[in-house]
Ligand binder design. Structure first.
Ligand code: BDR
Ligand code: CA
Length: 312
């Protein structure tokens, strides 16, 4: 089975990605490393532990990582995930202790111990992974696969008109990671197209009577309201669990391609923009595996199976 470390800014959809990994038989969830992103750092740490409690997986160590981006001031997205990051109604407060050591060190130590065996799934800003790269320049050879939820591939952003949240929060880190590691990228545009649950799917999730489904309901409360205010219709996007689902089930990916990808870290309107050289105009190395399409129905089935049977 695949050994996975999830690097996460646990709030909202991050919880569902963690739940999926913790419940899936085909994955061994090694550790969680927490990075500053969605909400206040300490909330994220608690949210991660709370999610592991729901999954019955509190033996998975939670390492606290970077509390701020590399260079930028940090910005949160409480307005999307609710105060605390679990929808706004619950504030997680567990008794679970954090594991000893910094998240970036934990990544480095674990890949050194098991070269070529660990898959990194990055569903938050990329600060911890960039730090890990600086601590261990051999990281690209030591990891198995690296999956990243981030960027907006030749499409509009969600945090600024040009940038997706994870890349926007720490553009310098995103640039380093995309540049130095061969990553598989699940971007915001794909998440919108295939990883957004509308009213029909939400009626389905509401009809399920399990602790997992209740948890999903709670954590998506604020995001669903937010969508209603903004678009007049309830919905919630699940970029992070879509990314995890691709790791779990490679057949989910129906189209993908390799491109040179760069991230704009300069001050200004396009800070955090992900440039994808789709027409191979530059000489840049075409080492980013961009997921162009997935089977959205299969993703929904996996998600529903997770909520229904605890088995994605
Ligand atoms: C990303 O930003 C976060 O709010 C989500 O958890 C996801 O990782 C989407 O842009
Ligand atoms: Ca996230």
């Amino acid at each position: 089975s695949r050994r996975v470390i999830i690097d996460t800014d646990t709030a909202g959809d991050d919880t569902m990605a963690i739940l999926m990994a913790a419940l899936a038989d085909s994955i061994e969830l090694e550790a969680l490393t927490i990075v500053s992103g969605n909400v206040e750092f300490d909330y994220e740490v608690e949210n991660a532990k709370y999610t592991l409690e729901v999954a019955g997986a509190t033996d998975v160590p939670v390492y606290e990582g970077a509390r701020t981006p590399l260079v930028k001031d940090h910005e949160h997205a409480d307005h999307v995930h609710g105060e605390g990051g679990l929808g706004g109604e619950v504030i997680a407060d567990t008794d679970v202790p954090s594991a000893e050591g910094h998240g970036a060190n934990a990544i480095v130590e674990r890949v050194r111990e098991s070269p070529g065996e660990i898959t990194l799934v990055c569903i938050g800003p990329l600060t911890n992974v960039a730090l890990a790269l600086r601590l261990e320049p051999e990281l690209p050879e030591l990891v198995d696969d690296v999956w990243v939820m981030g960027g907006a591939v030749n499409t509009l952003g969600n945090d600024t008109p040009s940038a997706e949240f994870n890349f926007w929060v720490d553009p310098e880190a995103a640039k380093v990671v995309v540049d130095e590691l061969d990553v598989s990228l699940v971007d915001w545009g794909l998440s919108l197209r295939r990883g957004t649950f509308g009213p029909e799917m939400l009626r389905e999730t509401e009809s399920i009577d399990t602790e997992y489904a209740d948890f999903f309901d709670t954590v998506s409360t604020r995001a669903r309201e937010f969508a209603r205010e903004r678009h007049g219709e309830e919905s919630t996007s699940q970029p992070d669990s879509l990314t995890m689902a691709c790791v779990l089930n490679p057949e989910l990916v129906t189209e993908s391609s390799h491109h040179y990808v760069d991230v704009d870290e300069r001050e200004g309107m396009t800070r955090g923009y992900s440039l994808v050289d789709e027409n191979a105009i530059t000489e840049g190395e075409r080492d980013t595996h961009v997921v162009d399409d997935v089977d959205g129905e299969t993703f929904e089935t996996m998600f529903l199976d997770m909520l229904r049977y605890g088995d994605p």
